[in-house]
Design a protein around this ligand. Structure first.
Ligand code: MG
Length: 163
């Protein structure tokens, strides 16, 4: 088994859609970024890549590359999953925490987990999505949205070690 951690933050700005775990959330602001700025999926991808020892999404999908402009982060997640499966890893489980003062996200977390599990090709009980505020103590969670992810990968085909 291999563990990975991911963390990401994006700034909230007017005139952008707010996309979290692939869901468009009605809100007066959205997250700024080169892709759809889905901060939760970004943290999740970094956790998966971290567990597999494959670097991070900045290296894999550079924001200097126009082909990633406005792209759905779920499409990038599909790429990440393909990559780790090709290396012989399967997802054990993933746990994601979204940190936002507003809007209220708890009513979306079940749908988020279903969407992510489908993309990760696992049962929904292997994915958990939580949302929390920082009790108005955090500048990041007031001016933007942050997300943490922890992932366990399982080696589907254990590699034989040379003696
Ligand atoms: Mg990001």
């Amino acid at each position: 088994m291999r563990i990975g951690h991911g963390y990401d933050v994006h700034r909230l700005v007017p005139d952008r859609k707010l996309i979290l775990c692939g869901i468009e959330i009605p809100y007066e602001k959205g997250l700024l970024g080169h892709s759809d700025a889905d901060v939760a999926v970004h943290a999740l991808m970094d956790a998966i890549l971290g567990a597999a020892g494959l670097g991070d999404i900045g290296k894999l999908f550079p924001d200097s590359d126009d082909k990633y402009s406005g792209i759905s982060s779920l499409t990038l997640l599909d790429e990440v999953i393909k990559l780790v499966r090709a290396r012989g890893y399967g997802l054990g489980n993933a746990d994601i925490t979204i940190v936002a003062q507003a809007p209220k996200l708890s009513r979306y977390t079940e749908e988020m987990r279903r969407i992510l599990a489908a993309r990760l090709l696992v049962d929904a009980d292997r994915v958990n999505v939580k949302a929390t505020t920082e009790e108005n103590l955090g500048e990041v969670s007031t001016r933007g949205i942050a997300a943490h992810a922890v992932v366990l990968l399982e080696e589907a085909r254990p590699r034989v070690r040379a003696l």
